[in-house]
Design a binder for this molecule. Structure first.
Ligand SMILES: NC(=O)c1ccc[n+]([C@@H]2O[C@H](COP(=O)([O-])OP(=O)(O)OC[C@H]3O[C@@H](n4cnc5c(N)ncnc54)[C@H](OP(=O)(O)O)[C@@H]3O)[C@@H](O)[C@H]2O)c1
Length: 336
C-alpha cells in the first residue's frame, strides 16, 4: 500500500512510501481509509513540539489521527463490526469511557490514517454517522469530540446558555455549530470580518473582531448585560486567559483546550476564585462520548465545515494550508 511516513521531525521529512498492508490482530479491524482530516496536533507532531520524546522514540510512523473508511477484514474475535461497515477512528485507542486512558493515540505514536489502509481496535472504532460522507466524518474525531466533551460531558450545556468561541479554526467552528444546535447563544470572535459573516450563517448570534477590539472581554460583558458567558472554549491560551476569566459568568465553565498563543500564562488567581470559575482541562474525549455525539449529529443535522479537500498526493500542500490557517477543516481524500 501507499502510506505517508514521518521519518524525522520537519515537513520535509514526511515522505510517500510503499509498505505492506497491515494484518489485524484478533480484536482489530483492517480499514481501507477513504479520508483523513488534519488538526493542529498533526502540525505540532511534525514540528516536534508535541510530546517530542515519545514521538521521536516511535519514528517513523504514519501520521494523522482522524480517519474514516470501510472495514475490509476483521480479526477472529471481532463481533461488533463486519466487512463493509463504515467506521471512523477514535484518537485515544484505549479510552473507552470513564477515567482517562490517554497513553496511546493514533497518528503518533501509533500508526495513523495517512495511508491506504490502517488498523483500528474494535473497541474504539466508531460507526460513521449515516448522513455523513467519509470526508465529512473524518473531521469528527478530534475537533468535534473535543467540543462535545467540553460542552456536553463536562459542562452539561443547556438551551439558553451563552457560549464564547474564539477564532474560526476547526475546533471553534464545531463549537459554534454544536452550541447553536443545542439551543445556546453563541458569541464568536475572529480577526477577519468576512469570517465573522460566515459564522453568523453557522448560528453565531453575536460577533466580535478581536483585532479591532483587543479588549473583547468588555464587548462580551456588554452583550450579556454585564453577566458574562456560561461557557468559554479556550483555544488561544497564553495571557489572554485573564480576559476569558473576565468574560465568564460567576461559576462559568472555562474549557482549557488550546495554546495557539502560548502554552504558559500568568493567571489572576483572585479573579478565578472570586468568580468560582470551573476550570476543565480537556484532552479530546472517550469513545462512549463519541458514540453519543455521532448519534446526536444524525438528529441535529450538523454539516461539517470543510475548507478544502486535497488529494492523497497533495498531503504536503494540505499541511501547508493548516500552517496558514483554515475556516473549519482541511481534508485529504485518501482512496475512492
Ligand atoms: N485539548 C484538546 O483536546 C484539543 C483538541 C483539539 C485542538 N486543541 C488545540 O486547540 C487549538 C485550536 O485547534 P484548531 O485545530 O481549531 O486550530 P486551527 O484550526 O489551526 O485554528 C486557527 C484559528 O484560530 C484563531 N486564532 C489564532 N490566534 C487567535 C487569537 N489570538 N485569538 C483568537 N483566535 C485566534 C484564528 O481564527 P481567525 O482566523 O478567525 O482569527 C485561526 O484561524 C490548538 O492549540 C490545538 O492544539 C486541543
Amino acid at each position: 500500500m501507499k502510506a505517508w511516513h514521518l521519518n524525522e521531525f520537519g515537513l520535509e521529512n514526511l515522505k510517500l512510501i510503499e509498505k505492506p498492508i497491515p494484518t489485524p490482530g484478533p480484536k482489530e479491524l483492517l480499514v481501507r481509509v477513504k479520508a483523513v482530516s488534519l488538526n493542529y496536533r498533526d502540525k505540532a507532531i511534525v514540528d516536534g513540539i508535541y510530546l517530542p520524546e515519545i514521538m521521536k522514540a516511535h519514528l517513523p510512523f504514519v501520521p494523522v489521527a482522524d480517519a474514516s473508511g470501510e472495514v475490509v477484514s476483521v480479526g477472529s474475535e471481532v463481533t461488533k463490526f463486519q466487512e463493509g461497515d463504515r467506521v471512523t477512528s477514535h484518537m485515544f485507542i484505549d479510552w473507552i469511557d470513564g477515567k482517562p486512558n490517554t497513553n496511546l493515540a493514533l497518528g503518533g505514536p501509533i500508526n495513523g490514517g495517512l495511508a491506504e489502509y490502517m488498523i483500528l481496535k474494535e473497541e474504539t472504532a466508531v460507526k460513521t454517522p449515516a448522513n455523513m460522507t467519509d470526508e465529512e466524518a473524518s473531521t469528527l474525531p478530534i475537533a468535534a469530540l473535543t467540543v462535545w466533551f467540553s460542552l456536553v460531558e463536562y459542562g452539561k450545556i443547556k438551551a439558553g446558555d451563552t457560549v464564547l468561541v474564539q477564532g474560526t479554526g476547526g475546533v471553534s467552528v464545531y463549537a459554534i455549530q454544536i452550541a447553536s444546535a443545542l439551543g445556546a447563544k453563541v458569541i464568536a470572535t475572529s480577526s477577519n470580518n468576512e469570517k465573522l459573516e460566515r459564522v453568523k450563517a453557522l448560528g453565531a448570534k453575536e460577533v466580535i473582531n478581536y483585532v479591532e477590539k483587543p479588549d473583547w472581554e468588555k464587548e462580551v460583558l456588554k452583550l450579556t448585560n454585564g453577566e458574562g458567558v456560561q461557557h468559554i472554549l479556550e483555544v488561544v491560551g497564553g495571557a489572554g486567559i485573564n480576559r476569558s476569566i473576565k468574560a465568564l459568568a460567576t461559576q462559568g465553565n472555562l474549557y482549557v483546550i488550546g495554546f495557539l498563543d502560548d502554552l504558559y500564562a500568568n493567571v489572576d488567581l483572585f479573579a478565578l476564585l472570586a468568580k468560582q470559575v470551573k476550570v476543565h482541562g480537556i484532552n479530546v474525549g472517550h469513545r462512549r462520548a463519541f458514540d453519543d455525539m455521532a448519534r446526536a449529529f444524525e438528529e441535529l443535522k450538523i454539516k461539517p465545515v470543510i475548507d478544502t479537500v486535497y488529494s492523497f498526493d497533495q498531503a504536503i500542500q494540505a499541511y501547508k494550508h493548516l500552517y496558514k490557517g483554515a475556516f473549519g477543516k482541511i481534508v485529504i481524500k485518501v482512496t475512492e
